[in-house]
Write a protein that binds this ligand. Structure first.
Ligand SMILES: [Zn+2]
Length: 131
């Protein structure tokens, strides 16, 4: 998930839309017997703020697939998470680092997925455990 800032500058622009699909590492989902059904889709915009700062924002779409924590039936659910992150090539605190005019979104998206991962995975609001 690399965005080349040189390409954007070459077009005389300061911002550009992007779209990526990626296959995240299985370890990102900590719910037992549940996995992220790839691909995760990322849609957003980057904005070049100055020589060393870039801002990226958008939405991440992901689907979880596996066993309902309560009734153990197979289930599939989709989630959307917003993100807004700053990237800095000057080592600014709180920003993701980048260098050589290339932004790699992978770390930021991995972190977001970990943050947005539900603690439990329930097939529906009205799920009633059946034993
Ligand atoms: Zn259930």
């Amino acid at each position: 998930m690399i965005i080349d800032l040189k390409e954007i500058r070459k077009k005389g622009k300061e911002e550009e839309a992007f779209y990526f699909e990626y296959f995240p590492s299985a370890q990102l989902c900590a719910v037992p017997n549940v996995e992220i059904a790839p691909p995760v889709k990322i849609q957003g915009r980057v904005r070049i703020l100055d020589k060393t700062t870039v801002f990226a924002e958008g939405e991440v779409f992901f689907t979880l697939k596996g066993e309902c924590t309560r009734c153990l039936n197979p289930a599939e659910k989709s989630y959307v998470a917003d993100f807004a992150e700053e990237f800095s090539s000057a080592g600014e605190e709180g920003a993701y680092p980048y260098c050589a005019d290339k932004i790699d979104l992978t770390k930021a998206i991995d972190d977001l997925l970990i943050l947005e991962m539900p603690m439990t995975f329930v097939c529906g609001e009205d799920c009633k455990a059946e034993y």
